[in-house]
Each structure stands twice: as C-alpha cells, then as structure tokens.
Design a protein around this ligand. Structure first.
Ligand SMILES: *Cc1c(COP(=O)(O)O)cnc(C)c1O
Length: 413
C-alpha cells in the first residue's frame, strides 16, 4: 500500500479495540470501543518500513514530530507545535557508582524539558492535532494538573476551546497555568475520577469532546514517541529496564506499542526492556493487581500521595499496563511519600538534577529494587522524570541574613 497521500505521509489502516481486536474505521471521531476499552491505532508497518529509513530521521528537527510516519496526523496544517525537543538522557553517575553499578547504569530521561514542562505535551499535542483534524471544536478533561496544562496550551494554539476540571487539592501553579493558557478551569471537591465523571456526564449537554486519558485513541500515539525516541537515543538497542511512574499508564502502554512497531519494521530486535510500573503506597492499584495476579485493578479507596501525577485510583487501561509489565518480565512497585521526597532531595543535592516527585518515585523504586535484588546494578536502567520539579511546592528555606548586623564571615568557612 502506498502511504495515504493526503499531503502528510501516514500509514494508518484502522483502529482496534485493545480488548477484543474489533476493527474501527480511521478518519472518524472515536472515544472508547463498544466494549468500553481503549482503541489503538494500527498502521501498515510494511509500507512504513519501506518508506522510511533510520537515516531519514537524522536531518529532521529534534522534537517528537520527527516520527510523523508513526503518527496519525494526515495534514501538516493540523500539526500543533510549541518547540518540542528530544529530551535528554542524563546519567546519575555518582549515584550509579555509589549503588555499586557503572557510572552510566542509571539514566534519567528528563521529560521536564518539553513544552508546558511535562511529558503530557507528547500525548496532548497528538490528541489536539487529531481533534483539529477531525473537526472537533470544544475539548474537556479531568486533570491532576499537567495534562490540563498541556491540553490548554496546545488547544489554544490550535484555536480550540477547552474546559478543565481539577481535584480541589491540585497545586495552585497548575490551576493558574491552565487558566492562563486559555482554558476554562474549575476546582472540584473530589478526586480525578470524580472530575472524569463530570466530563462524561456533561458530554451531551455541553457538547464537548472527552479527552480523558485513554478515552480517545491518540494520546497513546503521542506518548508512544517516548519509546521511539528512547530507541533512537540508545542507537536502536533498548535499555535493560525502564522505571515508569504510573498513573493512567499511557506512557507505559505507548512505549510498549512503540517497541512492537519498531520490531515489526526491523529497526530493533526482539529484546525488550523490563517495564517497571512505579506507584505511591497511598495509591497503588496496579501494584496490588500485579501482586494478586489479576488483569484488572479495582478502584483504590482513599487515594493519597503528594505525587499528584500518579494519584490515579482507577485506570481504564489497567489490563494493558499489567500485560506490558508481565510480558516484559518486569514488575510493579510502590514507594512511600517519605522515600519520594528523600530521593528528590538527594538527587538534587548530589547530581544537581531537580526531579518532580513522580520522577523521584522512580529513583526511590530503583533503589528499593536494587536492595531487594529485583534489579541488578549491571543492568542499564532508565528512570522517567516526567515533569519539571519547578512546578511543585518545594521545601521552605529559613536561613536569612541581616546585613545591618555584624557578620561573622568565619562561620561560612
Ligand atoms: C500524568 C503524569 C504521570 C502519569 O503518567 P501516565 O502515563 O498517565 O501514567 C506521572 N507523572 C506526572 C508528573 C504526570 O503528569
């Protein structure tokens, strides 16, 4: 098959229910499948593999739009870009050595460098571009902060209207950022799933389209670019283990899909990283389901953790997360908030890298997994820092200096 020639090379053949495999037509507006499960975009990978060479990527811009053949947008006018970059891989050299490994054995992929300061930019850039392509004009979503900020920014740039519901304990900076980037944002006295219900219930009366995690097919495609990018950065040899802070799990599911597509076109072999889903002890539905050996994770009651990005008590894609984790030989692991903030402080002080709490959770999980032998120091581990640490409250500073008083400079020595 020749690439769909609607101006932008695309290889989409159809969409598919992730649970039943039922086919859905591309080029139409879709939410969940008839079964109430996420839809996955399928491509003619044979044609894609013939059309595109690894070398073709070399001359392109650094951001995730460089992988356009792997993406569903058919017309370049629908691409919404805000200066995306290829996010850097930063080895934690001191930490790697101190933990008994090689200096390059633990590496942070710093997603905080993306527009709006988090990896939500990847998923929402694609979801918004496809919304524009499909003629939608009003988008809504529940958010713990970063997804809403990314949706607001990309949608405003694309000229689409947005309505956003946040749990009331969402940090001020996130709510303000969302509002300033053009969304109509509301604080709601409830959790993310309560906000999600408002979006679903209001659909008909308000006429908005539900852009909730995995309830439309394209955020996964955006998050998939993390896997494509990682493979390219590792010169098409994937790392041994990936620690991923798991809320709705879009990124973990997306990377797993990326690896399958890359293998299908012959760019990588069959070797896969072990996928590790990291959650907080106060909200660990995937960890519990993993340990219980089941495919679905029941709602986690009284979810609490300061790492808001992974405070997701129920995930529509639970079975997809659990399948990827199990098929890869990985595991799911929970860490305490205390361990998260301790890890955040140590990495910032020893390595000069400010992680967000969810990113710090992957470091705490890595240390815990090393200590219990679930991961060996000789394995190459990638930790996802999913957002800039600057968007989160930080510990207060109490030291002050009165310049009008005598100063004992020797005390600084
Ligand atoms: C959304 C988010 C996560 C969780 O990502 P998923 O792919 O939805 O599991 C983790 N950390 C931060 C900072 C986030 O914004």
């Amino acid at each position: 098959m020749r690439p769909n020639s609607r101006e932008y090379p695309t290889f989409v053949t159809h969409l598919e229910c992730s649970f039943t495999g039922e086919r859905y037509e591309a080029g139409q507006i879709h939410g969940l499948s008839r079964e109430g499960r996420p839809l996955l975009v399928r491509y003619d990978l044979d044609a894609l593999g013939h059309q595109l060479r690894k070398d073709d990527l070399a001359s392109r811009d650094g951001g995730f739009w460089r992988y356009r053949e792997f993406l569903p947008v058919t017309q370049s006018q629908n691409v919404v870009a805000l200066g995306e970059v290829m996010t850097p891989l930063i080895p934690l050299s001191k930490t790697g050595e101190a933990l008994g490994g090689h200096a390059a054995s633990v590496i942070v992929k710093d997603e905080g460098r993306l527009p709006t300061g988090s990896f939500k930019a990847r998923g929402l850039a694609l979801a918004v571009a496809m919304a524009k392509e499909l003629g939608l004009t009003h988008l809504a979503m529940p958010t713990n902060g970063n997804a809403g900020a990314a949706m607001a920014a990309y949608a405003s740039r694309a000229g689409l209207r947005t309505t956003i519901f946040c749990p009331e304990d969402t940090p001020e900076v996130n709510v303000s950022e969302i509002a300033l980037q053009g969304a109509e944002v509301y604080r709601v006295n409830g959790l993310i799933n309560d906000c999600g219900k408002l979006v679903g219930d209001g659909k008909d009366a308000a006429g908005w389209f539900d852009l909730s995690t995995l309830k439309e097919p394209y955020r996964i495609e955006g998050k998939k670019t993390m896997g494509l990018e990682l493979a390219e950065q590792f010169d098409w040899e994937l790392p041994d283990v990936i620690f991923y802070p798991t809320g709705g799990g879009t990124g973990l599911i997306g990377m797993w899909k990326a690896f399958a597509e890359l293998e299908a076109i012959g760019w990588i072999g069959a070797k896969r990283p072990r996928m590790v889903a990291v959650q907080a002890e106060g909200c660990a539905p995937i960890v519990k389901a993993f340990e219980d050996g089941v495919e679905h994770a029941p709602l986690w009651e009284n979810a609490h953790t300061a790492a808001a990005g992974i405070r997701v008590p129920v995930a529509v894609g639970d079975f997809l997360i659990l399948r990827a984790v199990r098929d890869s030989g990985g595991f799911a692991i929970a860490v305490s908030d205390e361990a998260i903030f301790d890890a955040q402080a140590r990495v910032a002080q020893e390595e000069g890298l400010l992680l967000c709490p969810e990113g710090a959770a992957t470091f705490a999980a890595y240390e815990q997994a090393l200590a219990t032998g679930r991961v060996s120091p000789s394995e190459r581990a990638v930790l996802f820092n999913c957002a800039t640490g600057l968007k989160y409250p930080m510990p207060p500073v109490h030291r002050a200096l009165d310049r009008h008083q005598p100063i004992d400079y020797a005390a600084f020595a």
